[in-house]
Design a binder for this molecule. Structure first.
Ligand SMILES: CC(C)(COP(=O)(O)OP(=O)(O)OC[C@H]1O[C@@H](n2cnc3c(N)ncnc32)[C@H](O)[C@@H]1O)[C@@H](O)C(=O)NCCC(=O)NCCS
Ligand SMILES: Nc1ncnc2c1ncn2[C@@H]1O[C@H](COP(=O)(O)OP(=O)(O)OP(=O)(O)O)[C@@H](O)[C@H]1O
Length: 199
């Protein structure tokens, strides 16, 4: 019986990693796009060199590593530059995500989760069998993002508005987790969804 691939998505700071960690504790492997996005821009990588050519060496720290805050302040305030960034980074991220997912399925896992923030924006739903959206109200999302990343309201809103509205994603999902409440409430919803998917 081939394994089921679940696409986990939501909005920035909506709780995808929090949900992914609960799944990890259940022994379900997670293929995390954000982690892979860090791997593909390691010092000396072709992708990082392309980013420097495109956005200038101002996006590097003195040690040659990517200054994530510097690049973020450029692309989250400029749609054209964000699309340019995506065209440079997404092919290698997507390739590596597919490889990791295929590897877990080959190892015999019955469920594999792909944690992809831009699952719907990047039209990647063909890679997964079922989708789960982690939903929060925008004011909760804004508060949690500002607190977690110590961002100004303006910076946090720029990031939130660089993605498809969560209300839209909610309507596209096979399953929705309402993460406005406690971690326990989120865990209960997740357990019910996993039981339905594995049934
Ligand atoms: C711009 C970067 C360097 C900022 O790094 P930073 O450490 O501040 O953020 P981090 O990587 O933790 O991402 C935080 C969240 O931002 C959102 N986000 C990231 N990239 C994008 C993007 N291109 N468009 C919209 N939202 C994005 C996601 O919700 C992500 O979970 C980084 O976000 C990045 O490399 N983005 C491009 C890769 C990408 O598109 N990742 C999403 C894969 S689906
Ligand atoms: N149910 C909850 N109650 C309170 N705080 C929460 C809850 N879920 C998540 N958080 C907190 O909100 C913040 C964002 O959660 P998390 O990092 O899981 O979101 P994310 O969707 O993975 O974010 P990103 O898009 O940046 O990857 C974190 O500080 C997390 O601890």
């Amino acid at each position: 019986m081939p394994g089921i691939v679940i696409g986990l998505t939501g909005g920035i700071a909506s709780g995808k990693s929090t949900v992914a960690n609960i799944l990890k504790e259940k022994g379900i492997p997670i293929v995390d796009a954000d982690i892979i996005a860090r791997e593909v821009v390691e010092i000396g990588s072709e992708t990082l060199n392309k980013l420097v050519e495109t956005f200038s060496p101002a996006i590097l720290h003195n040690d040659g590593s990517l200054d994530r805050a510097a690049l973020g302040s450029i692309i989250f305030h400029n749609e054209e530059k964000r699309q340019l960034l995506n065209s440079i980074m997404h092919p290698s991220i997507r390739k590596r995500m597919k490889e990791k997912t295929a590897q877990y399925l080959q190892e015999g896992y019955s469920v594999v989760v792909m944690d992809i923030p831009l699952l719907f924006e990047s039209k990647l739903t063909h890679l997964v069998d079922k989708t789960i959206v982690v939903y929060v109200d925008e004011e909760v999302q804004l508060k949690r993002l500002m607190e977690r990343n110590t961002l100004s309201k303006d910076e946090a809103l720029a990031r939130i508005h660089s993605q498809m509205p969560l209300k839209e994603k909610k309507n596209l999902a096979d399953f929705v987790i309402d993460n406005n409440g406690s971690l326990n409430e989120t865990t209960t919803q997740l357990q019910e969804i996993i039981q339905k998917i594995q049934a």
